[in-house]
Design a protein around this ligand. Structure first.
Ligand code: TXA
Ligand code: MG
Length: 339
Protein backbone atom coordinates (compact mmCIF):
# COMPACT_ATOMS: atom_id res chain seq x y z
CA UNK A 1 0.00 0.00 0.00
CA UNK A 2 1.19 3.48 -0.80
CA UNK A 3 0.94 5.94 2.08
CA UNK A 4 0.06 9.42 0.85
CA UNK A 5 1.50 12.42 2.59
CA UNK A 6 -1.11 15.19 2.46
CA UNK A 7 0.52 18.63 2.70
CA UNK A 8 -1.27 21.59 4.28
CA UNK A 9 1.05 24.46 3.40
CA UNK A 10 -1.55 26.60 1.59
CA UNK A 11 -5.30 27.10 1.70
CA UNK A 12 -6.04 24.90 -1.29
CA UNK A 13 -3.89 22.11 0.11
CA UNK A 14 -5.67 22.31 3.47
CA UNK A 15 -9.09 22.16 1.82
CA UNK A 16 -8.06 19.12 -0.22
CA UNK A 17 -6.39 17.37 2.73
CA UNK A 18 -9.44 17.81 4.99
CA UNK A 19 -11.90 16.69 2.30
CA UNK A 20 -9.79 13.70 1.29
CA UNK A 21 -8.94 12.80 4.90
CA UNK A 22 -12.61 12.86 5.88
CA UNK A 23 -13.44 10.68 2.88
CA UNK A 24 -10.77 8.15 3.92
CA UNK A 25 -12.24 7.94 7.43
CA UNK A 26 -15.78 7.58 6.04
CA UNK A 27 -14.68 4.65 3.90
CA UNK A 28 -12.96 2.66 6.65
CA UNK A 29 -9.39 3.74 5.91
CA UNK A 30 -6.62 4.67 8.34
CA UNK A 31 -5.43 8.27 8.44
CA UNK A 32 -2.72 9.73 10.67
CA UNK A 33 -3.39 13.34 11.65
CA UNK A 34 -1.79 15.96 13.87
CA UNK A 35 -3.15 17.06 17.23
CA UNK A 36 -1.62 19.58 19.61
CA UNK A 37 -0.09 16.71 21.63
CA UNK A 38 1.16 14.05 19.20
CA UNK A 39 0.02 12.59 15.86
CA UNK A 40 -2.88 10.16 16.10
CA UNK A 41 -3.66 7.17 13.91
CA UNK A 42 -7.35 7.60 13.20
CA UNK A 43 -10.21 5.41 12.08
CA UNK A 44 -13.98 5.71 12.23
CA UNK A 45 -14.74 4.61 15.81
CA UNK A 46 -18.03 3.10 14.67
CA UNK A 47 -16.31 0.82 12.12
CA UNK A 48 -15.06 -2.27 13.96
CA UNK A 49 -13.03 -3.56 11.05
CA UNK A 50 -11.18 -0.27 10.64
CA UNK A 51 -10.48 -0.09 14.39
CA UNK A 52 -9.14 -3.65 14.35
CA UNK A 53 -6.70 -2.60 11.63
CA UNK A 54 -5.29 0.06 13.95
CA UNK A 55 -4.39 -2.62 16.50
CA UNK A 56 -2.77 -4.63 13.70
CA UNK A 57 -0.62 -1.94 12.13
CA UNK A 58 0.56 -0.62 15.50
CA UNK A 59 1.17 -4.08 16.94
CA UNK A 60 -0.96 -2.83 19.84
CA UNK A 61 -2.04 -5.27 22.59
CA UNK A 62 -5.75 -6.04 22.15
CA UNK A 63 -6.57 -5.09 25.75
CA UNK A 64 -5.38 -1.49 25.34
CA UNK A 65 -8.37 0.76 24.55
CA UNK A 66 -8.32 3.84 22.32
CA UNK A 67 -9.24 7.47 22.79
CA UNK A 68 -12.22 8.63 20.77
CA UNK A 69 -11.80 12.11 19.30
CA UNK A 70 -14.78 14.40 18.89
CA UNK A 71 -15.38 17.83 17.33
CA UNK A 72 -17.76 19.20 19.94
CA UNK A 73 -18.91 18.76 23.52
CA UNK A 74 -22.36 17.82 22.29
CA UNK A 75 -20.92 14.98 20.22
CA UNK A 76 -19.16 13.69 23.33
CA UNK A 77 -22.44 13.70 25.25
CA UNK A 78 -24.04 11.50 22.59
CA UNK A 79 -21.54 8.74 23.37
CA UNK A 80 -22.08 8.69 27.15
CA UNK A 81 -24.35 6.54 29.26
CA UNK A 82 -24.82 9.42 31.67
CA UNK A 83 -23.07 12.75 31.96
CA UNK A 84 -20.87 13.00 35.08
CA UNK A 85 -21.52 16.12 37.18
CA UNK A 86 -18.03 17.52 36.57
CA UNK A 87 -18.06 16.96 32.81
CA UNK A 88 -19.27 20.44 31.87
CA UNK A 89 -16.89 22.22 34.20
CA UNK A 90 -13.91 20.29 32.85
CA UNK A 91 -14.89 20.49 29.20
CA UNK A 92 -15.67 24.21 29.44
CA UNK A 93 -12.28 24.87 30.98
CA UNK A 94 -9.98 22.49 29.09
CA UNK A 95 -11.64 21.64 25.76
CA UNK A 96 -10.43 21.94 23.12
CA UNK A 97 -7.18 20.82 24.72
CA UNK A 98 -4.92 18.04 25.97
CA UNK A 99 -7.32 16.50 28.50
CA UNK A 100 -8.94 13.11 27.86
CA UNK A 101 -12.01 12.27 29.94
CA UNK A 102 -13.12 8.73 30.73
CA UNK A 103 -16.86 8.34 31.14
CA UNK A 104 -19.38 5.46 31.04
CA UNK A 105 -20.08 4.74 27.39
CA UNK A 106 -23.42 3.96 25.75
CA UNK A 107 -24.10 1.40 23.03
CA UNK A 108 -22.87 3.66 20.21
CA UNK A 109 -19.21 2.79 20.80
CA UNK A 110 -18.23 -0.75 19.81
CA UNK A 111 -16.40 -3.02 22.29
CA UNK A 112 -13.27 -3.14 20.16
CA UNK A 113 -12.63 0.59 20.79
CA UNK A 114 -12.66 0.28 24.59
CA UNK A 115 -11.22 -3.25 24.69
CA UNK A 116 -14.46 -4.28 26.38
CA UNK A 117 -14.23 -1.73 29.22
CA UNK A 118 -17.43 0.07 30.27
CA UNK A 119 -15.69 3.44 30.11
CA UNK A 120 -14.77 5.33 26.96
CA UNK A 121 -11.99 7.91 26.70
CA UNK A 122 -13.07 11.13 24.95
CA UNK A 123 -11.01 14.05 23.74
CA UNK A 124 -11.55 17.27 21.79
CA UNK A 125 -8.12 18.22 20.45
CA UNK A 126 -6.90 21.80 20.16
CA UNK A 127 -5.50 21.76 16.64
CA UNK A 128 -7.05 23.56 13.66
CA UNK A 129 -6.51 20.68 11.20
CA UNK A 130 -7.73 18.02 13.62
CA UNK A 131 -10.83 20.05 14.40
CA UNK A 132 -11.57 20.74 10.74
CA UNK A 133 -11.19 17.04 9.97
CA UNK A 134 -13.39 15.94 12.88
CA UNK A 135 -16.04 18.50 11.96
CA UNK A 136 -16.00 17.43 8.33
CA UNK A 137 -16.45 13.70 9.03
CA UNK A 138 -18.82 14.30 11.97
CA UNK A 139 -17.80 10.78 13.02
CA UNK A 140 -16.23 9.89 16.35
CA UNK A 141 -12.61 9.05 15.50
CA UNK A 142 -10.68 6.40 17.42
CA UNK A 143 -7.03 7.40 17.45
CA UNK A 144 -4.10 6.13 19.49
CA UNK A 145 -0.73 7.77 19.01
CA UNK A 146 0.57 7.03 15.49
CA UNK A 147 3.67 5.10 16.56
CA UNK A 148 4.50 1.42 16.50
CA UNK A 149 3.48 0.12 19.93
CA UNK A 150 6.10 0.72 22.62
CA UNK A 151 8.06 3.39 20.71
CA UNK A 152 8.07 7.16 21.26
CA UNK A 153 4.93 8.91 19.96
CA UNK A 154 5.40 10.82 16.69
CA UNK A 155 5.42 14.61 16.90
CA UNK A 156 5.77 15.29 13.18
CA UNK A 157 4.70 13.68 9.91
CA UNK A 158 8.22 12.38 9.17
CA UNK A 159 8.18 10.33 12.38
CA UNK A 160 4.79 8.90 11.43
CA UNK A 161 6.12 7.89 8.00
CA UNK A 162 9.18 6.28 9.59
CA UNK A 163 6.86 4.07 11.66
CA UNK A 164 3.95 3.40 9.34
CA UNK A 165 4.87 4.12 5.70
CA UNK A 166 3.27 1.48 3.50
CA UNK A 167 0.85 0.33 6.21
CA UNK A 168 -1.70 3.14 6.40
CA UNK A 169 -3.57 5.12 3.78
CA UNK A 170 -2.42 8.67 4.43
CA UNK A 171 -0.77 11.15 6.77
CA UNK A 172 -2.10 14.68 7.15
CA UNK A 173 1.05 16.76 7.49
CA UNK A 174 0.50 19.58 9.97
CA UNK A 175 4.12 20.15 10.95
CA UNK A 176 5.47 19.66 14.48
CA UNK A 177 3.10 19.31 17.45
CA UNK A 178 3.09 22.19 19.93
CA UNK A 179 2.69 20.20 23.16
CA UNK A 180 4.72 17.11 22.27
CA UNK A 181 3.56 14.59 24.89
CA UNK A 182 0.22 12.80 25.13
CA UNK A 183 -2.88 14.21 26.81
CA UNK A 184 -3.70 13.93 30.50
CA UNK A 185 -6.12 11.01 30.98
CA UNK A 186 -8.66 11.69 33.73
CA UNK A 187 -11.25 9.13 34.81
CA UNK A 188 -14.46 10.87 35.87
CA UNK A 189 -16.66 7.77 35.65
CA UNK A 190 -16.58 7.26 39.41
CA UNK A 191 -17.18 9.49 42.43
CA UNK A 192 -13.55 10.49 42.83
CA UNK A 193 -11.68 11.79 39.75
CA UNK A 194 -8.41 9.95 39.10
CA UNK A 195 -5.55 10.85 36.77
CA UNK A 196 -4.55 7.69 34.90
CA UNK A 197 -1.84 9.38 32.81
CA UNK A 198 -0.26 12.73 33.65
CA UNK A 199 -0.01 15.37 30.94
CA UNK A 200 0.33 19.11 30.48
CA UNK A 201 -3.10 19.70 32.01
CA UNK A 202 -1.78 19.15 35.52
CA UNK A 203 -3.32 17.77 38.66
CA UNK A 204 -3.18 21.30 40.12
CA UNK A 205 -5.05 22.70 37.06
CA UNK A 206 -7.80 20.11 37.52
CA UNK A 207 -8.00 20.55 41.28
CA UNK A 208 -8.35 24.32 40.79
CA UNK A 209 -11.37 23.83 38.55
CA UNK A 210 -13.08 21.06 40.51
CA UNK A 211 -12.14 22.40 43.93
CA UNK A 212 -11.60 18.84 45.09
CA UNK A 213 -8.74 16.42 45.63
CA UNK A 214 -7.63 14.56 42.50
CA UNK A 215 -5.56 11.41 42.89
CA UNK A 216 -3.00 10.01 40.49
CA UNK A 217 -2.75 6.24 40.04
CA UNK A 218 0.65 4.85 40.93
CA UNK A 219 2.73 3.79 37.97
CA UNK A 220 3.22 0.43 39.69
CA UNK A 221 -0.47 -0.22 40.38
CA UNK A 222 -1.00 -3.95 40.00
CA UNK A 223 -4.37 -3.65 38.30
CA UNK A 224 -4.09 -0.48 36.28
CA UNK A 225 -7.38 1.11 35.27
CA UNK A 226 -5.76 2.39 32.12
CA UNK A 227 -4.44 -0.73 30.46
CA UNK A 228 -1.86 1.23 28.46
CA UNK A 229 0.11 2.21 31.55
CA UNK A 230 1.27 -1.33 32.25
CA UNK A 231 3.22 -1.72 29.01
CA UNK A 232 6.71 -0.46 28.38
CA UNK A 233 6.34 2.78 26.53
CA UNK A 234 8.01 5.54 24.64
CA UNK A 235 11.23 3.54 24.49
CA UNK A 236 14.06 4.42 22.11
CA UNK A 237 16.29 1.63 20.80
CA UNK A 238 19.28 3.10 22.60
CA UNK A 239 19.62 2.76 26.35
CA UNK A 240 18.25 5.89 28.03
CA UNK A 241 19.73 7.07 31.31
CA UNK A 242 17.93 9.87 33.15
CA UNK A 243 19.67 11.65 36.03
CA UNK A 244 17.72 13.00 38.99
CA UNK A 245 17.37 16.78 38.95
CA UNK A 246 20.23 18.79 40.40
CA UNK A 247 21.65 22.29 39.94
CA UNK A 248 23.47 23.09 36.68
CA UNK A 249 27.04 22.72 38.00
CA UNK A 250 26.28 19.40 39.62
CA UNK A 251 24.50 18.18 36.50
CA UNK A 252 27.28 19.22 34.12
CA UNK A 253 29.75 17.27 36.28
CA UNK A 254 27.50 14.21 36.39
CA UNK A 255 26.94 14.28 32.62
CA UNK A 256 30.63 14.76 31.84
CA UNK A 257 31.62 11.83 34.07
CA UNK A 258 28.95 9.50 32.70
CA UNK A 259 29.72 10.37 29.08
CA UNK A 260 33.46 9.96 29.72
CA UNK A 261 32.89 6.52 31.16
CA UNK A 262 30.68 5.45 28.22
CA UNK A 263 33.30 6.73 25.77
CA UNK A 264 36.01 4.67 27.47
CA UNK A 265 33.76 1.66 26.88
CA UNK A 266 33.74 2.77 23.23
CA UNK A 267 30.02 3.47 23.27
CA UNK A 268 28.62 6.09 20.97
CA UNK A 269 26.84 8.60 23.20
CA UNK A 270 23.88 10.92 22.75
CA UNK A 271 23.01 13.82 25.02
CA UNK A 272 19.41 15.03 25.17
CA UNK A 273 19.57 18.18 27.24
CA UNK A 274 18.99 21.93 27.45
CA UNK A 275 21.24 23.94 25.13
CA UNK A 276 23.49 25.06 27.99
CA UNK A 277 24.75 21.48 28.47
CA UNK A 278 25.99 21.11 24.87
CA UNK A 279 29.59 19.84 24.74
CA UNK A 280 29.94 17.49 27.72
CA UNK A 281 31.99 15.15 25.53
CA UNK A 282 28.98 13.53 23.81
CA UNK A 283 29.08 12.36 20.19
CA UNK A 284 25.62 13.66 19.27
CA UNK A 285 23.69 16.44 21.00
CA UNK A 286 19.94 17.15 20.76
CA UNK A 287 18.80 20.43 22.23
CA UNK A 288 15.91 20.77 24.66
CA UNK A 289 16.23 24.53 24.16
CA UNK A 290 15.93 26.55 27.39
CA UNK A 291 15.10 23.41 29.32
CA UNK A 292 11.71 24.46 30.70
CA UNK A 293 9.19 21.65 31.26
CA UNK A 294 7.33 22.90 28.17
CA UNK A 295 10.56 22.67 26.10
CA UNK A 296 11.19 19.16 27.39
CA UNK A 297 7.67 18.05 26.47
CA UNK A 298 7.80 19.62 23.01
CA UNK A 299 11.18 18.21 21.96
CA UNK A 300 11.46 14.96 23.90
CA UNK A 301 10.16 12.45 21.36
CA UNK A 302 11.80 14.05 18.33
CA UNK A 303 15.04 14.06 20.35
CA UNK A 304 14.82 10.37 21.18
CA UNK A 305 14.00 9.53 17.55
CA UNK A 306 16.82 11.69 16.18
CA UNK A 307 19.41 10.24 18.55
CA UNK A 308 18.20 6.73 17.71
CA UNK A 309 18.62 7.53 14.01
CA UNK A 310 22.17 8.71 14.78
CA UNK A 311 22.82 5.17 16.08
CA UNK A 312 23.98 6.07 19.56
CA UNK A 313 24.22 3.20 22.07
CA UNK A 314 23.27 5.28 25.06
CA UNK A 315 21.32 8.52 25.58
CA UNK A 316 21.86 10.66 28.67
CA UNK A 317 19.24 13.12 29.83
CA UNK A 318 19.17 15.44 32.86
CA UNK A 319 15.94 15.18 34.86
CA UNK A 320 13.81 18.16 35.88
CA UNK A 321 11.70 18.70 39.01
CA UNK A 322 8.62 16.46 38.88
CA UNK A 323 6.11 19.21 39.61
CA UNK A 324 3.41 20.64 37.35
CA UNK A 325 4.16 19.82 33.69
CA UNK A 326 7.50 18.42 34.90
CA UNK A 327 5.57 15.51 36.46
CA UNK A 328 4.30 14.49 33.02
CA UNK A 329 7.74 14.91 31.44
CA UNK A 330 9.44 12.81 34.14
CA UNK A 331 6.70 10.16 33.80
CA UNK A 332 7.56 9.76 30.08
CA UNK A 333 11.32 9.88 30.68
CA UNK A 334 11.12 7.22 33.39
CA UNK A 335 9.03 4.94 31.21
CA UNK A 336 11.29 5.46 28.21
CA UNK A 337 14.26 4.52 30.37
CA UNK A 338 12.51 1.32 31.46
CA UNK A 339 11.88 2.38 35.07
O1 TXA B 1 -2.68 13.07 23.31
C1 TXA B 1 -3.20 11.96 23.17
O2 TXA B 1 -3.92 11.46 24.05
C2 TXA B 1 -2.94 11.21 21.86
C3 TXA B 1 -3.59 11.99 20.71
C4 TXA B 1 -3.47 11.27 19.40
O3 TXA B 1 -4.93 12.27 21.03
N1 TXA B 1 -3.45 9.88 21.93
C5 TXA B 1 -2.88 8.91 22.68
O4 TXA B 1 -3.51 7.67 22.58
O5 TXA B 1 -1.91 9.09 23.36
P1 TXA B 1 -2.85 6.32 23.12
O6 TXA B 1 -3.76 5.27 22.64
O7 TXA B 1 -1.46 6.24 22.69
O8 TXA B 1 -3.00 6.42 24.68
C6 TXA B 1 -4.28 6.36 25.27
C7 TXA B 1 -4.20 6.01 26.72
C8 TXA B 1 -3.71 4.59 26.94
O9 TXA B 1 -2.91 4.55 28.11
C9 TXA B 1 -5.01 3.82 27.16
O10 TXA B 1 -4.84 2.65 27.92
C10 TXA B 1 -5.88 4.85 27.86
O11 TXA B 1 -5.52 6.09 27.28
N2 TXA B 1 -7.31 4.61 27.62
C11 TXA B 1 -7.98 4.72 26.46
N3 TXA B 1 -9.26 4.38 26.62
C12 TXA B 1 -9.42 4.06 27.92
C13 TXA B 1 -10.53 3.61 28.70
N4 TXA B 1 -11.73 3.43 28.15
N5 TXA B 1 -10.32 3.35 30.01
C14 TXA B 1 -9.08 3.54 30.57
N6 TXA B 1 -8.01 3.96 29.88
C15 TXA B 1 -8.17 4.21 28.56
MG1 MG C 1 0.41 5.72 22.62
Amino acid sequence: METRLLPTDNEGAVEYAIAHGAELLRTGKLLAFPTETVYGLGANALDEIAVRRIYEVKGRPKDNPMIVHVHAKEQARELMQSVPPCFDELANEFWPGPLTLIVERNAAIPDVVTAGLSGVALRLPDHALARALLRRTALPVAAPSANVSGRPSPTDARMVMDYLDGRIDAVLDGGPCAVGIESTVLDISMKQPVILRPGTVTREDIEDVLQTYVSVTGVDATTPRSPGVKYRHYAPRARLIVFPYSDDDGMAGTLGAAIGQACRREQRTGLLAPERFRGCGEHVFYSLREGTAVDYARHLYAGLATLDAAAVAVIFCPGIPATGIGAAVMNRLCKASGL
